[in-house]
Design a protein around this ligand. Structure first.
Ligand code: 5CA
Length: 442
């Protein structure tokens, strides 16, 4: 992509309505634009980051055998009446009528709809277990939307649903997802800690919020510090390994506000190991057994002809929230520090201007084409601004690597700057290999 062609409406001033860094930077870098309270358009730069996050989320879901489908955003009120949640959900639900006067709603979540799909299609215990997911827009008419896409009305969510025959099998599905979540957040460059949490309007008695530490977070958390030292690389995706991983996490006290009990905390965690802080909820998983399958009459036939309601769990990741959460976790000095794997571009080629001499620009274009042909996501700065102005722009966008064609680059050795690290002089081939390797590590 050529910078001069990129649709990136950068703002010079920080908009006063943006209270936290991620919101300020996303607006300034032209990643999003508010269209009405709590509703945003995703401009090319922001959309690109979100798509990269979505891809990683999808890959980790597929790895544990979850299957992707796509349910609509608009749902019929009928199934919500069947489950009993139509009235309970309250004003957060956006209710609509179609031209026939039929009651519809914009889905805030999909437990009912997926249960309806499942009950119509699956009849035998032989089809279990099953995990289905989609990545789709949700709408919640939040009372106080704030912090940009962090808490907004319309947001992009990955929601998965598991179906099992009994509690024991269902816990295995829950644990698989627990494992997939830890891997997903790790690949996104985040340390997300699972905290025992309340189940709210989703229901059930087992639930974990995945929280990343951030001063601006809305979740208050209480934990044993040692939970941050758990190394998930020791574990693989076999059932027994995943069970051990769950046990290791369960050893440490880690809860959100709703589950907090001071006596318990003091009894289970020595004073110097206690951590009380704030975090951003990037994912939330629930086990609720037959809470939906019973009222919606979703059952399978057993071998002996008896029927049993399937046992279900649901598992959400805030894909659009993650864009802001990664900024909050990584930024420094007003600069977005994207991890390579989700950065809007992997590298920028930045030629300095030499009056009446196009050769430097032509050299930059050659480098750009070579990297592009090597499948590297590269941005060429073809504008005629001065280097200092260019650097400011790249700082704002937060591209992790720069190839600078200025006084420090020679024909064979190019100045290669890692924004979070060192500057070296490398050949183009070496730069390519470095970028490809970095991507593979993540
Ligand atoms: N049905 C369950 C699991 S699929 C569910 O809806 N869970 S949830 O309510 O916890 O939402 C899942 C994730 O979506 C949250 O962890 C959070 O990351 C994200 N999320 C929830 N509400 C919002 C919001 N108003 N704005 C942005 N992201 C949100």
């Amino acid at each position: 992509m050529y910078l001069s062609k990129l649709f990136i409406p950068i703002l010079k001033e920080t908009p006063s309505e943006a209270k936290i860094k991620s919101h300020q930077l996303m607006l300034r870098a032209g990643m999003i634009k508010q269209s009405s309270t709590g509703i945003y358009s995703w401009l090319p730069l922001g959309f690109k980051v979100m798509k990269k996050i979505e891809k990683i989320v999808r890959e980790e879901q597929n790895k544990i055998g979850a299957q992707e489908l796509l349910m609509p955003t608009i749902q019929s009120a009928e199934i919500w009446k069947e489950s009993g949640r139509y009235d309970d959900y309250g004003e957060e639900m956006l209710r609509i009528k179609d031209r026939q006067g039929k009651e519809m709603l914009y889905g805030p979540t999909n437990e009912e709809l997926i249960t309806e799909i499942f009950r119509a299609s699956v009849k035998s215990y032989k089809s279990l277990p099953q995990i289905l997911y989609h990545i789709q827009w949700k709408f919640r008419d939040e009372l106080r939307p704030r912090f940009g896409v962090m808490r907004c009305k319309e947001f992009f969510m990955k929601d998965a649903y598991s179906f099992d025959l009994d509690d024991e099998a269902a816990k295995k599905s829950y644990n698989k997802m627990f494992f997939a979540y830890l891997n997903t957040f790790k690949r996104l460059g985040l340390t997300a800690i699972p905290m025992a949490a309340d189940t709210g309007p989703i229901g059930g008695d087992l639930s974990h919020e995945f929280v990343i530490l951030a001063e601006t977070g809305e979740s208050k958390i209480y934990s044993d510090k040692r939970i941050f030292d758990i190394d998930i690389n020791k574990y693989n995706n076999s059932d027994s390994s995943i069970e051990k991983l769950r046990k290791e996490y369960d050893n440490f006290y880690a809860v959100t506000d709703d589950k907090f009990n001071k006596n318990d905390f003091d009894k289970k965690v020595e004073k110097e190991k206690q951590l009380t802080t704030k975090g951003i909820e990037v994912g939330h998983i629930f086990y609720f057994g037959d809470k939906y399958s019973k009222p919606l009459n979703c059952s399978v036939d057993l071998q002996d002809g008896k029927k049993v309601n399937v046992k279900m769990g649901s598992y959400g990741i805030g894909v659009s929230r993650l864009v802001a959460a990664i900024i909050e976790a990584k930024y420094s000095n007003n600069v977005m520090k994207w991890p390579d794997q989700v950065s809007p571009f992997e590298v920028a080629v930045i030629p300095s201007l030499q009056k009446n001499d196009k050769s430097n620009y032509l050299k930059a274009e050659k480098i750009y084409n070579f990297l592009k042909d090597s499948n590297i996501d590269v941005l060429l700065d073809d504008t005629d601004e001065h280097l200092s102005a260019k650097f400011k722009k790249f700082d704002l966008i937060g591209i992790p690597h720069q190839i600078i064609l200025g006084s420090k680059s020679t024909d064979n050795k190019l100045e290669f700057k890692e924004v979070n690290g060192k500057t070296e002089n490398l050949s183009l081939e070496e730069i390519k290999n470095k970028l490809v390797n970095k991507r593979n590590i993540n």
